[in-house]
Ligand binder design. Structure first.
Ligand SMILES: Nc1nc2c(c(=O)[nH]1)N[C@H]1C(S)=C(S)[C@@H](COP(=O)(O)OP(=O)(O)OC[C@H]3O[C@@H](n4cnc5c(=O)[nH]c(N)nc54)[C@H](O)[C@@H]3O)O[C@H]1N2
Ligand SMILES: Nc1nc2c(c(=O)[nH]1)N[C@H]1C(S)=C(S)[C@@H](COP(=O)(O)OP(=O)(O)OC[C@H]3O[C@@H](n4cnc5c(=O)[nH]c(N)nc54)[C@H](O)[C@@H]3O)O[C@H]1N2
Ligand code: SF4
Ligand SMILES: [Mo]
Length: 733
């Protein structure tokens, strides 16, 4: 029970609690009115917050719906012999799960046991670290997260190019910003060095008043593109060509920072890169990208003649063909223009949960982009500390040594979110053991052997872990549990620690070895204890975080210091494989050439992804307040294209990719490029045929082929800019 709620009191005690929303990573501070310690009666943005100033979005304001949804799971479920899911205590469920995992490890080795942490548990500040520590504890490399079906190239490109320890220029004092396929006004997501989703409308207005010039690359006039000084309405999947042409403009006009490049780029690489981008002329890029040559040139000049500010990319182009190359070229623009923090600068974002108050102004040398454990498929390797989710279906389906046989899904929804839906369903059905931690009976949970009901975000303590690297100020916040429902629900870490305790698995964290045995006593660890262990090497100790809620630490910024005297690492802007891939791109007709058999005559449209304000991936459409906005993930299409199909708003469109078919509900949108259709991902349930598309939407991931056209480094399939053809179909609505 809450300390300041007297359980003996009569009804109608309304208590206002400050916390922050964790539906997405943005961590907007909210005030919640709670009646009788357990019932949320109001949620509003906290206007007193110095950074957010009351900003929230429609999803956060629906927290009460999520909390009190009658379908919300409030205890664990176990698949019975009859095949139905039946209630079981969390404790009994953990006993059985731990025993079955131990048995699978005995029979098949630790690699056979995998976990996948999705968005739902990413926003739990200890979710990913606990899963990782658990895997290390029993020697299993099979740790997976949504990162590797999101934008893994942010990591791989930075590794093969090299990176700057003190980071790219901040947004806060930038005079130019190049935003390639992201939209923080809706997603609250911004590339490193770009506008973040922290009160984004105000922050953008402030930046423009300061003189910021904004360049946006997006096939749709997104909410961010609508604010741009230059908007390049690129054909989906052609960003590598566009960026190569911009680099060509910069290098051939000597607009780059020659002094910086002389000191920090591998000798000879500028010349090699200049030669490789020479064929990407303005006219060529203009034709291929569907953008005026003069606009591409103006964007390149605008970016290069700025003094501060960086380029960065989001999900759209990362999920399109050649994602790692695209990200490499975006970062290369930053290198060429010397857009790095220098001694005397400070970092804008807090990094309060990381060790160290200083960063050196020097290059972290290039290294292999995927240095992790080998996959058994497609010649892929994992990242340093996790494997590639886009290869997990294959790891489950492919027989032989190392086959994955047990999967613990923590706050994720593979059936809807993973690329190649049919394969995902086949893989999940193949598992010996599927455990899902989710408060909803999702399409994935329907296939599970056990479903664990998690504590909701308001029932657990957290720090804004994702935003600690992204906030536009050195800001800290801390959330306590503000509700205790008394339900049999577990924090994600309790699931991992509970299994570890039963199987004798050590959990080693920066703060030391977690005494997991406490879980089996009547004095188990608390959230705060575990947060202390996970962030045990933070530059601002967690005791200080707890004391500093909604505080901007103006005097406590990470400072940039001089390079080590012997630092001699340099950026590799033209390694052999980048030059090779650039030549391959130049030899294509369109990016879709990397997928077999999808010539333009057969697949004339490109389907792109987009986020919706009222949904968070697969979450939202089931909640009454959000359902009111829409019950389907509309297929947004230009009115000209819609008319050419003989269709009108609300008609059903059959959308066919080389891999499969989905059905979408047409919605005319003049802001989208002709020849493009935009749909949010992760809608639709378990059905593979979309007969209920108007009520539940349809999953674009069924259209995705996980074997053909995948990124050569990250293995990421083409999940945006998917070649498709469209046809109006008649239904009997
Ligand atoms: N085609 C296509 N596919 C995509 C994308 C795309 O743009 N296009 N985007 C990709 C990206 S960027 C991502 S990140 C992935 C997302 O992939 P996932 O993370 O696997 O998918 P979500 O739908 O976000 O699933 C999150 C689940 O967590 C649950 N949840 C919410 N809160 C909690 C909590 O506190 N605890 C627990 N245990 N569960 C909770 C929700 O009910 C939901 O079912 O999808 C990827 N898939
Ligand atoms: N409301 C809401 N917020 C979310 C989510 C959500 O589902 N709903 N999901 C969360 C997650 S998991 C993530 S990873 C982030 C993602 O955050 P963002 O990356 O900002 O995601 P989007 O808003 O979909 O923006 C992607 C943009 O890329 C454009 N695009 C598509 N294809 C291409 C292409 O080939 N080239 C270029 N240049 N642009 C292209 C689209 O038109 C779209 O405007 O958002 C997070 N926040
Ligand atoms: S932007 Fe994200 S954190 Fe903020 S209110 Fe919306 S869902 Fe919650
Ligand atoms: Mo994501």
């Amino acid at each position: 029970m809450l300390s300041n709620v007297d359980p003996t009191m009569v009804t109608d005690v309304v208590d206002t609690k400050k916390t922050f929303c964790r539906i997405c990573h943005a961590a907007c501070p909210v005030e919640i009115d709670i009646e009788d310690g357990a019932r949320i009666v109001a949620v509003r943005g906290d206007r007193s917050d110095p950074l957010f100033q009351g900003y929230t979005c429609i999803k956060g304001r629906q927290l009460a719906d999520q909390y009190h949804d009658p379908r919300r799971l409030r205890s664990a479920l176990r698949r019975s012999l009859s095949g139905a899911l039946e209630p079981v205590s969390s404790n009994d469920a953990l006993d059985e799960i731990a025993a079955r995992i131990a048995d699978i490890v005995d029979r098949h080795g630790p690699r056979a046991v995998a976990s996948y942490t999705g968005t739902g548990a990413y926003q739990n500040s200890v979710g990913v670290p606990m899963a990782m520590a658990w895997h290390k504890g029993f020697g299993s490399p099979s740790i997976y997260t949504s990162l590797t079906i999101d934008q893994p190239a942010h990591r791989t490109a930075a590794l093969r190019l090299g990176s700057w320890e003190a980071g790219w220029h901040n947004f806060g004092d930038a005079d130019v910003s190049l935003a390639i396929g992201y939209n923080p006004m809706v997603s609250s997501y911004g590339a490193g060095g770009g506008l973040q989703g922290t009160n984004p409308f105000v922050k953008l207005r402030e930046a423009k008043m300061r003189g910021l010039r904004l360049i946006v690359v997006d096939p749709r006039r997104s909410e961010l593109a609508g604010q741009a000084d230059i908007w390049l309405q690129v054909n989906p999947g052609e960003d590598p060509t566009l960026l190569a042409a911009m680099i060509n403009v910069i290098l051939s006009g000597t607009l780059h920072d020659r002094d910086f490049c002389d000191r920090h780029v591998e000798p000879g690489h500028i010349d090699l890169l200049a030669e490789a981008v020479t064929p990407f002329t303005l006219d060529y890029a203009a034709r291929r990208c569907g953008v005026a040559a003069s606009d591409i040139e103006a964007a390149a000049v605008m970016f290069a003649t700025g003094t501060r500010g960086s380029a960065g990319s989001g999900t759209g182009p990362n999920m399109a063909p050649h994602g790692t190359l695209m990200e490499t070229l975006a970062l290369t623009l930053n290198v060429l223009c010397g857009r790095v923090n220098q001694p005397g600068d400070t970092l804008e974002s807090p990094y309060m949960s990381f060790p160290g108050d200083t960063r050196r102004a020097q290059v972290i040398p290039p290294s292999p982009p995927t240095p992790g454990a080998p996959h058994r498929v497609r010649g892929l390797f994992g990242l340093a500390d996790e494997m590639l989710t886009n290869a997990l279906n294959d790891e489950i389906l492919m027989e032989g040594e190392g086959q994955v046989r047990a999967l613990l899904v923590s706050g994720g929804n593979p059936v809807q979110a993973w690329p190649d839906q049919e394969k995902t369903v086949a893989a999940l059905r193949e598992l010996e053991l599927l455990v899902v931690i989710d408060h909803r009976l999702t399409a994935t949970a329907e296939l599970a052997d056990f479903v664990i009901a998690p504590r909701g975000q308001l029932e657990r303590a957290d720090i804004p872990n994702v935003m600690d690297r992204r906030f536009p100020a050195p800001y800290t916040n801390y959330a306590d549990a503000v509700i205790d429902s008394g339900d049999d629900v577990l924090n994600e870490w309790e699931v991992f620690a509970g299994i570890a305790a039963r199987n004798g698995t050590p959990i080693d964290l920066p703060g030391g070895r977690l005494p997991v045995g406490a879980q089996l006593t009547d004095q188990p660890l608390t959230d705060d204890d575990v947060i202390d262990y996970v962030f045990g090497n933070a530059r601002l100790p967690m005791t200080e975080w707890r004391r500093n809620r909604q505080v901007i630490h103006h005097d406590n910024r990470v400072r940039v210091v001089a390079a080590d005297p012997d630092a001699d690492a340099r950026f590799a802007v033209a390694p052999g494989d980048v030059l090779e891939e650039l030549a391959d791109v130049r030899a294509e007709l369109t990016g879709a050439d990397i997928i077999r058999g999808c010539e333009a005559a057969t697949y004339p449209f490109r389907l792109v992804g987009r986020r919706l304000k009222h949904a968070l991936n697969s979450l939202g459409s089931e909640l009454p307040g959000l359902r009111r906005v829409a019950t389907t993930n509309y297929a947004y299409i230009h009115p000209t294209d819609l008319a050419a199909l003989g269709a009108v708003a609300g008609d059903l469109l059959e959308i066919v990719s080389p891999r499969a078919t989905v059905v979408g509900v047409a919605e005319p949108d003049p802001d989208i490029k002709v020849g493009v259709i935009a749909m949010a991902h992760s809608w639709g349930g378990m059905s593979l045929t979309d007969e209920a598309v108007r009520e539940i939407g349809a999953p674009t991931n069924r259209l995705v082929d996980s074997e053909d056209g995948t990124d050569r480094i990250t293995g990421l399939p083409v999940m945006s800019a998917i070649p498709v053809r469209l046809r109006r179909i008649v239904d009997n609505r």
